[in-house]
Design a protein around this ligand. Structure first.
Ligand code: OX2
Length: 838
């Protein structure tokens, strides 16, 4: 018998429950199936097996998780608190197996039970708690912080329904509610003991305290309970496991009791529903959010819960909050959590008795703000009426912040009254609004953009005034992605090939991919690279066949991939104009020598974004015609992969030959999909936008397909009065394509179907597709020519991977730690847990 089991007061790192040899894993797996799920193998569903395996893996990271928390608590270390309304962490099982370095043992263990590991991994339903890039960035950063042993807590919202699932019916997007919690979530643990209360509505009153000091208190007319659900975020081959703490809203008991006492049972239940609505559903972005009271409630709810939680943690070891900003660095992931500035001020002054000046110093020291967009419609502002009725105390605090801030402005610019309205936290140009970006800028000690160009444009344009006022607050932090998920997990074939040449240190030191460069000239390596690419393309081709019923050719066809949210500025429809252009060339000359291409799209449109949904329909309609035209002979294929999410994206990035990054210059803040593609050896066709600029610098101009107007040319052309019609009338090929769309060639059953799209291009063309059309087509022709020379294409592909190392999220996190957070790594020791006696 195992000695550890008889040693009653110790739970060991590895024992019969947590060992990582095949036999122990097998035993733990069947134990979990029986004891946690109540099933025998004979009656278990695939999901039962998945759950049993998930628990088995979770058991093996709990030790690291608890030791990490204990280490942070005991050592007074500075902790990063990442405030984000969105996290797109993706499926957890595969990632945790890799980080624990137990993939092979577990594969064998489940095989010996007659199961297949990949099938079980596929079974997991991912938490879709985000819209796109911003939420996925938060997830990559959580992974990197854990891997780098940076103490961190990710704070956010546990939406009951995440981003909708997308189905495609007759070419249209249909939204289905995302019931991700339906079968339970084995990765989270509720921590009901850390529940907090959050107030909403009501009024404020002033009073004099026992020391005769003027004070204000907030008397909310509702309170909601915030219950934390924790998910461990384990780093790669390290003992650090940080916490993702997501808050769920619940009704406070007291409400129910009151109502029960007066016999109002239904009223009580109603109140409960009302409270729980706060964390019911994620707002799909890209639609104006203004006026959505529930959205403001969500933001305030999770921020208040999180700040109260931090204060509780702090006071567990510290006497007071004087050094709060020395022990916490709170990063605002866009303006969504920026109400935190006012809430921390309130907590410090109204609850913990601080005076304004000291509270303000602590607040500014604590917060830093990341901006993720230049699009004016995405800059958050809340009407004063809504804001004041929900958060009366916070509005007062914001007024006071503003009063003091505008006083500084007056001293700084004594002769310029226009500055006051430009800087004010309150927009008074029409209906009055609170400007959340201004609040974030004033309340933070650091402000950053997410790519070089984006930060430059922030300084010149959107946040120009703030940059002039406090230039020292501004830095750039170019985004990054985690190589653990986006190479090791998504692309095992590439992982193996790289590791066979340069070892596996690149997984945590991505710059080491540079060592691949010399192999670009080695014909054997190029051969191996090409075979590897063929293999992953075949893998994707099989999925496409299964999911969409479309046969594509992984061997000779160029995989041209455009996956991301559907938005006019991202210009999926420019890609469509190219497809139709190629189609027309074939129709005119069916024997034309053309490089075969498979156009693969994926992405969700916000449910109320009419134009984006019409673009999805256009892609599918063009596909219908092109895919079924005998003249095409399979040389062009158009595929729309439904329900693009983290899970479905993982097989996509590795299979790309060409990555479409074709947003209008100046519109995409950074992009991160662009990085995932190029890291996996795709070549990019792109504009000088977002991080494309830096990607091109890194991989070399000769290994990047550049086209289109530059950001300053875009604004110049706009200011000179851009007329899309001129491009239409002077370009025959373009005119033909546009006319075909408007004549109903792709919508025979309803010839006017795409009229809104065509009209928008011909008469406004906000995103300058027509201006960039010819340059795009010419560039695509260069791509096709280049693809004919497979050997050189492969060389370029290798060089892309080899030179992309700086786009690791590890690099980004190191920069945040040094320049903004002033946080150090804290190694965690694995220790047996000795139970307290008695
Ligand atoms: C996105 C940006 O659009 C994208 O360019 C960027 O890569 C990503 O954030 C991560 O920084 N919502 N999503 C974004 O910005 C906002 C606002």
């Amino acid at each position: 018998m195992n000695d550890n089991l008889t040693n009653g007061n110790q739970i060991q790192i590895e024992d019969d429950r947590t060992g990582i040899d095949v036999q122990t894993l097998k035993r733990a797996f069947s134990d979990n199936l029986f004891y946690a799920l109540g099933k025998f193998p004979e009656i278990a569903t695939k999901n039962d097996f998945y759950m049993a395996l998930a628990y088995t893996v979770r058991d093996r990271l709990l030790r690291r998780w608890l030791n990490s928390q204990e280490t942070y608590l005991k050592q007074d270390v500075k902790i990063v608190c990442y405030f984000s309304a969105e996290y797109l962490i993706g499926p957890q099982l595969g990632k945790n197996l890799i980080n624990l370095a137990i993939v092979e043992q577990v594969r064998q263990a489940v095989e010996e039970c007659g199961l297949n590991l990949d099938d079980l991994i596929e079974q997991e339903e991912e938490p879709g708690l985000g819209n796109g890039g911003l939420g996925r960035l938060a997830a990559c950063y959580m992974d990197s912080m854990a891997t780098l042993n940076i103490p961190a807590i990710g704070y956010g919202i546990r939406y009951e329904f995440g981003i909708f699932d997308q189905e495609i019916c007759e070419g249209w997007q249909v939204e289905i509610t995302d019931k991700w919690l339906r079968y339970g979530n084995p990765w989270e643990i509720p921590r009901t003991e850390a529940t907090v209360e959050v107030g909403l509505g009501g009024y404020t009153e002033s009073f004099y305290d026992e020391n005769n000091r003027y004070r204000v208190r907030w008397l909310p007319d509702r309170t909601v309970k915030g219950v934390p659900y924790d998910t461990p975020i384990l780093g790669y081959k390290t003992n650090t496991a940080n916490t993702l703490r997501l808050w769920k809203a619940e009704a406070p008991e007291s409400f129910n009791f009151q109502a029960f006492n007066v016999g109002d049972y239904y009223g009580a239940v109603n109140e409960k529903t009302y409270s729980e609505n706060i964390t019911k559903v994620l707002y799909p972005n890209d639609e104006p959010i203004q006026g959505k009271q529930l959205r403001l409630e969500q933001q305030f709810f999770f921020v208040s819960c999180s700040l109260q939680d931090m204060i509780r943690l702090h006071l567990a070891t510290q006497e007071n909050l004087d050094n709060f900003g020395e022990l916490f660095a709170a990063q605002l992931n866009d303006t969504h959590p920026s109400i935190g500035v006012a809430e921390l001020m309130r907590l410090l002054m109204d609850v913990h008795d601080y005076e304004w000046e000291q509270a303000w110093e602590i607040t500014q020291k604590t917060f830093a703000y990341t901006n993720h967009t230049l699009l004016p419609e995405a800059l958050e502002k809340w009407s004063l009426g809504l804001f004041g009725s929900l958060l009366p105390r916070h509005l007062e605090i914001i007024y006071e912040i503003n009063r003091r801030f505008l006083h500084e402005i007056r001293t700084h610019y004594p002769n310029d009254v226009s500055k006051l309205s430009n800087f004010s936290l309150i927009d008074e140009t029409g209906e009055k609004y609170v400007r959340m970006a201004h609040l974030a800028c004033v309340g933070s000690h650091a402000i950053n953009g997410v790519a070089d160009l984006h930060t430059q444009l922030l300084k010149q344009d959107v946040l120009r005034g703030f940059y002039e006022l406090f230039p020292e607050k501004f830095t750039n932090k170019t985004n990054g992605v985690t190589p653990r998920r986006w190479i090791v997990l998504s692309n095992p074939e590439l992982t193996e090939l790289i590791t066979s040449k340069i070892g596996d240190n690149w997984i945590t030191h991505l710059e080491e991919l540079q060592q691949l460069e010399p192999f670009a000239d080695d014909p054997n390596f190029r051969n191996a690279w090409r075979q590897m690419k063929q293999q992953v393309k075949t893998r994707l081709a099989r999925r496409i066949e299964k999911r969409c019923g479309i046969t594509v050719d992984p061997n000779y066809s160029l995989f041209d991939i455009h996956v991301k949210r559907i938005h006019e500025y991202k210009r999926q429809h420019l890609n469509v104009l190219h497809i139709i252009t190629l189609y027309n060339r074939i129709k005119k000359n069916p024997n034309i020598d053309i490089v075969p291409r498979t156009f693969i799209f994926g992405g969700k449109a916000a449910p109320s974004y009419f134009m984006a949904k019409l673009i999805i329909k256009l892609i599918n309609s063009v596909g219908e015609v092109v895919n079924n035209d005998p003249d095409v002979r399979g040389r062009l294929k158009v595929v729309f992969i439904p329900d693009y999410n983290v899970t479905n994206s993982q097989p996509v990035y590795p299979a790309a030959d060409l990555s479409e990054q074709i947003s209008t210059a100046g519109k995409e803040a950074s992009g991160t999909g662009n990085m995932k593609f190029s890291l996996n050896g795709a070549l990019t066709i792109g504009t000088l936008d977002g991080a494309n600029v830096e990607i091109r610098q890194q991989v070399g101009e000769e290994n990047f397909f550049l086209f289109g107007l530059k950001a300053e040319e875009v604004s110049q052309m706009k200011s000179q009065g851009y007329n899309p019609w001129e491009f239409y009338s002077s370009n025959e090929a373009l005119r033909e394509v546009i006319d075909q769309i408007s004549s109903g060639l792709f919508s025979p059953e309803e010839s006017n179907l795409f009229k809104p799209l065509v009209d928008s291009l011909l008469y406004h063309d906000e995103y300058m597709l027509l201006a960039d059309y010819q340059s795009y087509i010419d560039c695509q022709d260069r791509v096709s020519e280049a693809f004919r020379d497979w050997d050189n294409w492969t060389r370029m592909s290798i060089l892309n991977t080899a030179r992309m190392g700086i786009f690791s999220s590890d690099r980004a996190i190191r920069e945040y730690c040094q320049d903004i957070w002033n946080v150090q790594a804290v190694p965690v020791k694995l220790e047996d847990y000795v139970q307290a006696k008695g």
